[in-house]
Ligand binder design. Sequence first.
Ligand SMILES: [Zn+2]
Length: 132
Amino acid sequence: MATVVALGESVKAYCKGCKKVLEHAVISVTAANRPKSVKCSACDDAHAYRVKEPATRKKLGAKGVGLERRYDELTAGRDLTLGTKYGMAVQFTDDELVEHPKFGVGLVTRVCVDQKIEVVFPEGTKTLAHGR
Ligand SMILES: [Zn+2]
């Protein structure tokens, strides 16, 4: 069953800063009224909504860790239906899910100063323009 929430409501979400699941205030919602970005009640950090703790990165950095593996790790615990539709005019933030018409659903891993974002897709990392 989908979680339907309103702005300012409190939801349980995973906090990267605190490294655990904590109460977060909803600061933006998707068109379907599901949490899009949240603010941690403990450290005040605002970030994209992440349901669970990501899978433990056991062998990260080990040889043979393919892109597919990295994509799976990065998106573990995420609801991939919550991706924001990609468009050049849309402003993306770090750790946000992007729904791209060609590459599929990806995760923003870096926001660059020159209105570019680095996004990890199942087929690899792409640099895309945003906020233009
Ligand atoms: Zn936190």
